[in-house]
Design a protein around this ligand. Sequence first.
Ligand code: GTP
Ligand code: MG
Length: 425
Amino acid sequence: MSWNNQVFGQAKKQINGIFVNIQDYVANASERMTDMNIECPDVINEKELKSILDYRSKVKGICEVLTRDHMKVAFFGRTSNGKSTVVNAMLGDKVLPSGIGHTTNCFLQVEGSQTGEAYLVTEGSKEKQNVESVSHLAHALNYEKQLNEKELVHVYWPKDKCGLLRDDVALVDSPGVDVTPHLDDWIDAHCIDADVFVLVANAESTLMITEKNFFHKVSSKLSKPNIFILNNRWDASANEPEFLDQFNSQEQVRKQHMERATDFLVKELKVCTAEEAASRVFFISAKEVLQARVQERKGLAPNSGALAEGFITRYKEFEEFEHKFEECISKSAIKTKFLNHSQQGKHLIDEICKIMETIFKRSLEQTKIKGAQKKEYQEKLNFTNQQLENLTNMLKIKIRNVTDDVEDKVSKALNDEIRRLYVLV
Ligand code: GTP
Ligand code: MG
């Protein structure tokens, strides 16, 4: 796994760990304070108790969001360019139906299944429909005649079968951009919260107006979306007899596609620099990669089977795309998701610490005032003081250290981003 994915994985693990800790401490604190409110009502007032209970439910809410949170990557392009095949190649298995003609007829979001089973859930329904095979899935999707192209079907796939799903990345496949007049609806429904977009183009032709229009609309609604362009079906170029002619070589076609794709990203959409475009545009064969990965799953050599010349180079280029993709999604995750949660976490800790310190001071005062009173009450207060001190210290030192660590990572990612934007201006 790449370095960046490890950073993403670590940061995600850490932030989840931090919130589990916060949840434990806040639960512990609120239970003690509820008891103390009954035992020593002059040390803790109702307002403070209510605040702590509110924070407890807030922390619980954030923990739930964190476990639900995923990064979303959406695949677009014309019909039959190979969108579903690219998704399958990244998953390393034939998960989504693919084929000639118009195959994908609605939006399909593949994400990790918590239960280890494969199943699908259609929009508006809670029913889990088991998925045994790709043909079974294709049948289930066709059977749902009432599905319209804008609808979203969730496909849950076992996490242990794919590293991306383990890292909570959701892959969204779409129908061809050329089959709908409702691009705006699509964008509002499925693109606003996407972290990365992948345009699957056909290397045998060129970028089409419909594909360009779609991404113009996307970038008018989102500020600087992360876009990759995959020139798919690059294997076909290896068999092209025209390329025997030195004036019309495969290299020249690559150069032409590269220039057009770079102009599109840099000059038209203005989403990256020319330098960055080099790591945003790739020439691949999703069909070959999928075939190789399916062979590997069966314990066979990846290059067994009929393959066009240059397979290894294309396979490596696909891996290079995956590497850059992971890097991009990690940065985006740290910036958009973790920063927000870590700031909220810090704010909560500060507020809880303030309340705890006020109670602690009041409790010390009470100890002095009631010094002459019964030994039993004295012991209760001493015990309370000790507990409060421990909890406050734990919150302050332990949790703050880890949040600082996550913030370091976040600010590093942000600095990289600022540098990137600075170069763009
Ligand atoms: P729709 O869902 O209909 O919009 O199509 P799609 O973009 O999802 O294309 P799909 O993945 O279904 O692929 C269409 C056909 O192209 C299938 O027969 C694939 O096997 C084939 N195909 C996909 N990628 C490649 C590739 O890299 N090289 C070659 N030669 N064929 C490919
Ligand atoms: Mg498809």
